[in-house]
Design a protein around this ligand. Structure first.
Ligand SMILES: NC(=O)C1=CN([C@@H]2O[C@H](COP(=O)(O)OP(=O)(O)OC[C@H]3O[C@@H](n4cnc5c(N)ncnc54)[C@H](OP(=O)(O)O)[C@@H]3O)[C@@H](O)[C@H]2O)C=CC1
Ligand SMILES: CC(C)(CO)C(=O)C(=O)O
Length: 343
């Protein structure tokens, strides 16, 4: 089984070390000092007080690696859009592409019936770039529950968690899905296979869409955002708007909103990835986490005053700090504002 981890960063690097050490034929796409360190010394994973090490082919150029059985996409959402065409040399006739980005994936409407079947979301895939370059039929959807970080070039630090959600957009239990889940489970990671991965995407996104931007705006950690009497109600209102949108498109929210918020509070004084990106001056994944939900809300004709407000504030903060927008050429079609009752 040949697996290429495209974007061997915090999450991709964690998966790469575990899969390689279990005997999978793993290669990496990386760049910059991180790539140079991997080439010289391999990848080091700091986990449970141990140092795990793995060596594997690593390059910036996919043409050096050739067709794969799986490409696991470990990029940030905007980077996945930028590099979609560069993935081509890895894509054989049967290559599956596993998307591991937080937020609404570009392929969301593939495999869904109804008036929005195969709709292309412009907020996460402007100009249908990923749809055209990769093709939704290749996709296995993924969700990421571990937390990891790159502490120095070539070194990944594991913080918590080992579980990844997996599922086919078609909701079928395919042989390619089963083989991938088996390989992940054999590596010591955990693969949880879902009948509809979209439910788990919404469950994870439900927290990301509110906690991440509110933490970026306030610089507060997750425990504070989820408990403060000023921010907790705002988060809940955003989550309820999102739940209406998700349910419109058939998603099932199996957890009560208060329990979801309390779960996030229990993570503790964690700086969300968006707050970390803001503090590091790095591009933020706002469009995948929130703009896409707003876009889906327009399609579902669900009013989203709280999502609109937090999104507008975070977009402007991002522009002021130079960390947003992340799609330079794209103009996301402005969706007509829904009629606001007594507005
Ligand atoms: N880290 C975490 O704990 C969690 C992450 N996630 C999600 O997982 C996804 C990945 O996040 P994370 O692993 O933290 O991100 P990282 O930035 O750590 O990993 C992405 C890696 O890909 C590299 N890269 C970007 N573009 C290219 C390119 N064109 N060619 C080669 N390498 C490239 C980046 O390099 P460079 O640094 O130079 O940009 C970086 O090393 C995100 O959607 C995130 O929201 C979800 C839950 C937790
Ligand atoms: C920790 C958590 C759940 C906060 O939304 C997250 O996934 C992130 O920081 O991106």
């Amino acid at each position: 089984m040949k697996i290429c981890i495209y974007g061997a960063g915090a999450i991709g690097g964690y998966m790469a070390v575990m899969l390689k050490r279990s005997g999978v034929d793993v290669s990496l796409i990386a760049r910059g000092p991180h790539l140079e360190a991997i080439k010289q010394r391999g990848l080091k994973l700091l986990i449970d007080g141990q140092e795990l090490h793995a060596e594997m082919p690593a390059t910036k150029h996919a043409a050096e690696l050739g067709p794969q059985d799986y490409v696991i996409n470990g990029l940030k959402a905007h980077q996945a859009w930028e590099s979609a065409e560069d993935m081509a040399p890895l894509l054989g006739d049967h290559t599956a592409v596993v998307t591991m980005q937080n937020g609404v994936p570009w392929w969301y409407f593939h495999g869904l019936e109804g008036e929005h079947a195969d709709l292309r979301l412009q907020s996460v895939d402007p100009g249908d770039r990923q749809w055209k370059a990769i093709g939704p039929e290749r996709v296995i959807g993924g969700t990421v529950y571990p937390a990891t970080e790159i502490t120095e070039p070539g070194v990944i630090k594991h913080i918590y968690g080992d579980t990844f959600g997996l599922g086919e957009p078609s909701r079928q239990k395919t042989e390619r899905l089963t083989r991938l889940a088996d390989a992940i489970n054999a590596s010591g990671l955990k693969a949880r296979v879902y009948d509809d991965i979209r439910d788990d995407i919404w469950l994870k996104l439900w927290g990301n869409l509110c906690f991440n931007p509110i933490s970026a705006l306030t610089r507060a950690t997750l425990d504070i955002v989820a408990t403060d009497p000023g921010t907790r109600p705002l988060a809940k209102k955003m989550m309820l708007e999102a739940q209406q949108i998700g349910e419109t498109f058939g998603a099932t929210f199996k957890v009560d909103v208060e329990r979801r918020i309390n779960g996030a509070a229990r993570v503790g004084a964690h700086r969300t990835s968006m707050l970390q990106d803001v503090e590091a001056g790095k591009a933020i994944e706002l469009d995948a986490l929130l703009t896409a939900v707003q876009e889906m809300g327009r399609l579902a004709k669900v009013e989203t005053p709280f999502i609109d407000t937090v999104l507008g504030l975070t977009q402007q903060m991002g522009r002021s700090l130079g960390v947003y927008p992340t799609f330079p050429e794209a103009v996301v079609e402005a969706q007509p504002e829904p009629k606001v009752a007594n507005g």
